[in-house]
Design a protein around this ligand. Structure first.
Ligand code: NAI
Length: 493
């Protein structure tokens, strides 16, 4: 029985590199187990006025197949059109982005010249973080982007990373973060990493602050086997990592979800070389190999990988390798050379072991009946501790404090702090702190009022009173969760 795979060749060089990859899947025998279902996504769909970038029929096929092999797709510039690549990952819950970065023969880098072999994975959380794209203009001068990190969102990406590490024989996994600054959001990401690690005790764990990680990767990339990262940091570090191994053309990517997984090249549509038959299909081929391994076609994946490595070792290269010493191969010539090397293993570097498993074992999960609701903490007691009211105001901090303290007089709250861009400016602060037209005003339950006795009603009433005088651009009820404050302190508080 064949596995159905939604196939979207993509825009620009997409169709050329996809033809090469499909040819190799046929030559290796893998395609005899796969039934490719063409789907319409990308530029033509955007141009036809569908702002999601995929047709309803494509969405249905993706949901039915659960597996997508896609080429790069153009994101419309300007207008409201969002990246179809990001839409697919988020809409179908492909929560973990797995990328493999390693030195390939013939791909010259400063590390290959120094005899350093780079070989590590990045697992990037794919749904949350600033990628929610939740942005608002709050005042004339200030725009915010909300950064959401959830415990279940962390749990699924960390668990996936540890399971992938176990399968690949990886013994060390590091968590990259910025929890020294974003103590609550990245703090949660790190805390859930440590919790997930308890089920994988054979794997050694560590954590590293993102800036140090970037430096370490450049100085000594061989010290990492796998790094797990939140979405935006993962995005940036992935491209840094691609640079270590020769560029985006050599880095494969898998977006794994519970129901839908998407395998795609990391690079874009390369409009500058599209239609010329000279694009490098390596990234898409390596992504297709991740897909073969995901579904259990381990034998064919290993055979193709060894054939690719042998071809690179023989010196066959597309133009982007920058090797001027020999004529560049076109996309299909490169693919034909790989096909000619099926059954061979590279001589100078280690090939990959070829397992016997050569039929799919993938079982498509049942379609959910309703949106799955993810939960991590269900038995938490929370109590209202106050509220942060964000106002559009161009007063000085002391003047603002006088007005706010007066407004709060008849309520169970007292004014405790005012901050501007996260820095405390009242009751203490520095006159050197530059302010913009957006203040956070913090009210906390007065001494003598027991926290457990008031709900959020009085906080909402306070909001109403403040809204009579100011634009309230944002409002947050402050709560303690199991006695621990669910809010951060201001810088300098
Ligand atoms: P790009 O990756 O398409 O091109 C950057 C440079 O790398 C160009 O010089 C290009 O010729 C070269 N290049 C890329 N892939 C190559 C390959 N396989 N073989 C040989 N050379 C290759 O990045 P750019 O120009 O920033 O983006 C172009 C379009 O692609 C944009 O519309 C962008 O939104 C989209 N894009 C799509 C992605 C996806 O589908 N996952 C990812 C990144 C960009």
């Amino acid at each position: 029985m064949s596995l159905r795979i939604a196939l979207a060749p993509g825009d620009g060089i997409g169709p050329e590199i996809m033809d090469a990859v499909l040819f190799l899947l046929r030559e290796s025998g893998a395609a005899s187990h796969l039934d490719f279902v063409p789907v319409e996504m990308g530029r033509a769909v955007f141009e036809a006025g569908e702002s999601r970038g995929l047709t309803d029929a494509a969405a249905k096929s993706v949901e039915e197949c659960g597996l997508v092999l896609k080429g790069p797709m153009e994101t419309p510039k300007g207008g409201g059109g969002k990246s179809i690549n990001v839409t697919l990952r988020k809409m179908y819950g492909a929560f973990a982005n797995l990328r493999h970065f390693r030195t390939l023969p013939g791909v010259e880098t400063v590390y290959s010249r120094a005899g350093i072999s780079v070989n590590f994975y990045i697992v990037r959380e794919n749904i949350e973080d600033t990628y929610g794209g939740i942005e608002h203009r709050l005042t004339n001068d200030v725009i915010e982007c909300k950064r959401l990190i959830s415990a279940p969102g962390c749990d699924q990406v960390h668990r996936f990373a540890f399971e992938a590490a176990r399968r690949a024989g990886i013994t060390r996994v590091a968590c990259g973060h910025k929890a020294n600054i974003m103590k609550m959001t990245d703090g949660l990401f790190l805390e859930r990493f440590r919790v997930a690690a308890q089920d994988f005790r054979e794997i050694e764990i560590s954590d590293v602050i993102i800036d140090a990680l970037c430096m370490n990767l450049v100085l000594k990339p061989q010290q990492y086997q796998m790094v797990v990262l939140p979405n935006l940091q993962g995005d940036i570090v992935s491209d840094l990592a691609a640079g270590l191994v020769g560029g985006l053309g050599f880095a494969p990517s898998a977006n794994i979800g519970h129901h839908v997984s998407i395998f795609e090249a990391v690079h874009g549509t390369a409009p500058d070389i599209a239609g010329r038959g000279i694009a490098n299909p390596t990234s898409l081929l390596l992504s297709a190999l991740m897909m073969l391994r995901h579904v259990g076609l381990l034998n064919q994946a290993a055979a193709l990988e060894n054939a690719l490595l042998t071809t690179l070792e023989e010196g066959v290269r597309t133009g982007d390798f920058g090797d001027r010493s020999r004529p560049a191969a076109g996309t299909m010539d490169f693919a034909r050379s790989i096909a000619g090397n099926l059954g061979r293993t590279p001589e100078k570097i280690a090939g990959v072991p070829v397992p016997e498993q050569d039929v799919p074992v993938f079982v498509r999960p049942a379609r959910p009946h309703a949106n799955p609701l993810l939960r991590a903490f269900t038995q938490v007691v929370s109590q209202v501790a106050g509220c942060d009211v964000y106002v559009d105001a161009s007063l000085g901090p002391t003047e603002l404090a006088l007005v706010m303290a007066k407004i709060a007089e008849p309520t169970p709250f007292r004014l405790t702090m005012i901050s501007n861009r996260g820095t405390q400016v009242w009751p203490t602060g520095s006159v050197f702190t530059e302010c913009v037209d957006y203040y956070r005003v913090r009210f906390e339950v007065r001494p003598g009022v027991s926290r457990g006795t008031i709900g959020q009603g009085p906080a909402v009433s306070l909001f109403d009173r403040i809204a009579e005088k100011f634009y309230v651009t944002d409002f947050q009820v402050l709560r303690d969760f199991d006695g621990r404050p669910g809010y951060s302190l201001a810088q300098g508080q």
